[in-house]
Design a protein around this ligand. Structure first.
Ligand SMILES: *Cc1c(COP(=O)(O)O)cnc(C)c1O
Length: 483
């Protein structure tokens, strides 16, 4: 393991210089209440600039990230995001804005937000979009609040939200937090919603069906029209989890296939890097029926001026401080403008062909549950390897030795020993070929040298971690007393 920055510290070594102070210390002390003034300097590591840079570069090399290698983590869309969009988000005229500035002084920022919501509206075929939610799961919660508000306005909020058994874990969690009950709907032998099971669970208590399309198996729900008719018969709404929108851009608009509520993941499909727990953005698009309930304030355009409208009596209220995570909106706006409608369609075409190409390369080496083709991702099963004594978790660890991030494993829950692969649109055929060769090598090792796989990884900075202890007892605080 590498040293901590504290271990590099030498007394009085500095990596910065500050300008001469112009106001004497005792003057500034008068401005700050005494209890907030430090009695001793903070115990920070004292290091030079190059030590700091080298330290963090070394740390970044211990980790896997998309700037370092292929990252086929299914459902998460760990694609490479153009660095130019980071530059745009970093420009002083945008990043130094304060949300308390008046609308008169921030017309440019409001125009950006207004146009972004118009683009998203057009991309998804929805009637209106709110940019406030801060993540996919937050978008789900907001969508469910809108659904509740709609039904309440009709006289009865209803009780149940139906969710296919292949859904992302955030779906049932959001349903529970929103005060609804999650009712599971089975998948059929094709990996699609089982219509019989859906029919048996649909009634006047159903508020909505929460569908992921393409679903987490990477399969497009072709029965969407029948599903819609069934929902309409009982007055239920259709929610679509749009985290996987990089499969549909320019090809299918959710609004055109009857979706009432949709969340986007700007930090997956629209150029914000993610995975480190940083800020996200999960805008929500709605159909005509739900417009009145959208969060306040709503951004509107009067003649040539943008302004915030707070006068929306049926609104569910605010769901974020100020207006949402603006930095992420900038990246999404730049990305959409850069690609244009033709470029966005190419994003999805490439995401789809990459997934299907890789699936074809691997389907004779691993079991493929449900027949193809797929949209932007596919799920293999490691059940054959499991019978040979090697688990999917062990295969995932072995993949790390080849310099790739492992795919998502054991999700979706309906596939035994699931290995969920999303190559994304940003990878070349050569990278896909290298990854396929790695997977095929590992499948051969499982037969000929299983110990190699079972003891992996062999080349990473740390090998097998005690994952439970790492979560229960994280050791993340530097202890000065031990030095
Ligand atoms: C990522 C994802 C979510 C949740 O999005 P977060 O921004 O992580 O909260 C929901 N559904 C699907 C299908 C996803 O892939």
């Amino acid at each position: 393991m590498s040293e901590l920055l504290f271990d590099l510290s030498e007394k009085n070594r500095k990596g910065y210089t500050l300008p001469q102070r112009r106001v004497p210390q005792k003057e500034t002390n008068k401005l700050i209440p005494n209890e907030f003034i430090r009695k001793q300097p903070a115990r920070l590591p004292e290091v030079s600039e190059n030590e700091v840079v080298r330290h963090f570069i070394a740390l970044s090399r211990l980790n896997h990230h998309v700037d370092k290698g292929f990252y086929p983590l299914g459902s998460c869309t760990m694609k490479y995001n153009p660095k130019i969009n980071e530059n745009v988000a970093n420009s002083a005229c945008l990043k130094d804005l304060h949300p308390m500035q008046s609308t008169r002084l921030t017309q440019g920022a409001l125009a950006l937000m207004y146009e972004l919501s118009e683009y998203l509206r057009e991309i998804a075929g929805m009637k209106a979009v709110t940019l406030q939610p801060a993540a996919g799961a937050h978008g789900e919660l907001v969508g469910l609040m809108l659904i509740r508000a709609y039904h309440e306005n009709q006289g009865n909020p209803r009780q149940n939200i139906l969710i296919p058994d292949s859904a992302h874990g955030t779906n049932p969690a959001s349903v529970t937090i929103s005060g609804y009950s999650a009712v599971q709907v089975k998948s059929n032998e094709k990996g699609l919603v089982d219509l019989e099971d859906l029919r048996s669970k649909l009634d006047e208590n159903t508020a909505a069906l929460m569908l992921t399309n393409p679903n987490t198996l990477g399969i497009f729900e072709t029965q969407i029209a029948q599903i819609n008719n069934m929902l309409r018969e009982v007055g239920a709404l259709l929610y679509m989890d749009g985290a996987n929108l990089n499969a549909l851009l320019g090809i299918v608009r959710p609004g055109d296939i009857g979706v009432d509520v949709l969340h986007f993941n700007l930090h997956k499909s629209f150029s914000t890097p993610h995975g480190g727990g940083g800020p996200g953005s999960g805008p929500v698009g709605v159909s005509e029926k739900l417009i009145d309930f959208l969060p306040v304030p709503k951004l509107t355009k009067n003649e040539n001026e943008y302004c915030w409208d707070y006068d929306c009596p049926k609104s569910i209220g605010r769901v974020h401080s100020f207006y949402g995570n603006f930095g992420i909106m900038i990246r999404a706006y730049a990305y959409i403008r850069m690609l244009g409608s033709h470029g966005l369609k190419r994003v999805s075409e490439n995401a789809i062909i990459n997934a299907n190409y890789l699936m074809k390369e691997l389907e004779s080496h691993f079991q493929l549950p449900f027949a193809g083709p797929r949209m932007h991702e596919f799920v293999l099963s490691g059940s054959k390897q499991k019978e040979q004594g090697v688990s999917t978790a062990e295969i995932a660890k072995r993949i790390l030795d080849y310099g790739f991030h492992a795919p998502t494993v054991y999700f979706p829950l309906i596939v035994r020993e699931a290995i969920m692969i999303e190559p994304t649109e940003t990878e070349s055929k050569q990278t896909l070929d290298r990854f396929a060769a790695c997977m095929i090598d590992i499948a051969k090792e499982v037969e000929n040298n299983p110990e190699m796989v079972k003891n992996a990884p062999h080349t990473t900075p740390v090998s097998r971690l005690d994952e439970v202890r790492a979560i229960r007892q994280p050791d993340i605080r530097y202890n000065f007393d031990n030095t």
